[in-house]
Design a protein around this ligand. Structure first.
Ligand code: KG4
Ligand code: ZN
Length: 338
């Protein structure tokens, strides 16, 4: 089954066609146009501007790829969560294509897409799957007992991990989006230089908190304002921050492995591109003798291959949405009961 995927939830316009057969998915193409250059000038994403850029690009990208709609078996689009005006561009385009061609349409969750990046061109992860979702807007531990079956074990009570990375980057005057820049700076730093808090580790359960850590970094930078330009000092801040984040993510995942005994652990979302997280998570999961799967780098960040893949697993069961009534939902909850 060939599925066209469309993703416009934030600042990447993305299209993809994947081919699914049984539990395996192959990407025929996955194109991403990043708006980062425009948004970097403003230090963040302005929703209306993102939507305008999606409008300018989406049809052009489809045309440039020469997508043969007659050969497509279904269309999947990110219906949420995300920025409302941005989401609407993709959803309305997908509805129009589905309506005109009569092909089945399915609206999927962006977070579900991130999870399904772990099914792209890989041996299918065995259930139950424990997923650590770490992106710019979400930090969650989700248990998946089968396709489309999600139970949230814990989530952040304040900032998402990616958001904390981006805020620390901005405190260090690094350009948007800051996560990769902080990670790069951390490479030459001493992660023991500063003792930053590990949120909620003293509390039972699987929830996260990163606002205390963010504030601790801010206060440390204020105390050391004369060293702000010193590269060693900056690298030490970045490394100590990154290690505090990763320690927290690892410890909560360890608790969930102990309690739920999954067969597979996956990481998903933009922050799953973080090398320290990948390395520490691989060590943790292997120490429990479980399978560990992480997305290829190009499918860690926002893309439409993951949306088409999630769509394939819905469409193959016959599930579909009405192309006249599907609506974008900026607060779409992956774990909401249907
Ligand atoms: O999933 P994503 O591309 O967009 C959302 O759905 O939010 O995630 C973007 C987030 C940003 O906060 C970005 O700074 C962060 O992922 N990120 C990273 C890395 N690469 C991207 N954070 C830490 N280390 C990285 N290597
Ligand atoms: Zn994302």
């Amino acid at each position: 089954m060939k599925v066209l995927g469309i993703e416009t939830s934030c600042d990447e316009t993305a299209i993809s066609v994947v081919e699914g057969e049984s539990d395996s998915v192959r990407v025929i193409f996955s194109d991403v146009f990043s708006q980062i250059e425009v948004h970097a000038k403003y230090g963040g994403v302005i929703p209306e501007q993102a939507a305008r850029l999606h409008l300018e690009k989406l049809a052009v990208m489809l045309r440039a790829r020469g997508v043969e709609l007659a050969e497509i078996d279904g269309i999947a689009v990110t219906a949420g969560p995300g920025l409302s005006p941005a989401l609407r561009v993709g959803v309305e385009m997908a509805k129009a294509l589905a309506y005109v061609t009569g092909k089945p349409l399915v609206g999927v969750s962006h977070m579900e897409g991130h999870i399904y990046a772990n099914w792209i061109e890989k041996e299918a992860p065995a259930f139950p799957v424990l997923a650590l979702l770490v992106s710019g807007g979400h930090t969650e531990l989700v248990l998946m007992c089968g396709h489309g079956d999600y139970e949230r074990l814990g989530e952040t009570l304040d900032d998402a991990v990616g958001e904390a990375f981006d805020k620390v980057a901005s405190m260090l005057s690094l350009p948007y989006p800051g996560g990769p820049q902080v990670a790069k700076l951390a490479e030459n730093g001493n992660d023991q230089a500063f003792e930053f808090p590990r949120g909620l580790l003293d509390r039972e359960g699987y929830d996260f908190s990163f606002s205390g850590l963010k504030t601790a970094v801010l206060y440390t930078l204020r105390e050391h304002d004369k060293e702000l330009a010193d590269e060693t000092f900056r690298a030490n801040i970045a490394a100590s921050f990154q290690t505090a984040v990763v320690d927290t993510l690892i410890e909560k995942t360890r608790r969930a492995i102990e309690s739920y005994d999954p067969k597979t652990v996956v990481i998903a979302g933009g922050v799953s591109a973080n090398l320290l997280l990948r390395e520490k998570m691989a060590e943790l999961v292997e120490s429990y003798g479980k399978a560990f799967v992480m997305p290829e780098f190009k499918y860690s960040l926002d893309n439409a291959g993951m949306i088409a893949t999630a769509g394939y697993f819905h469409l193959r069961t016959g599930e579909k949405h009405d192309p006249l009534t599907l609506t974008a939902n900026p607060n779409l909850d992956l774990c909401a009961k249907k």
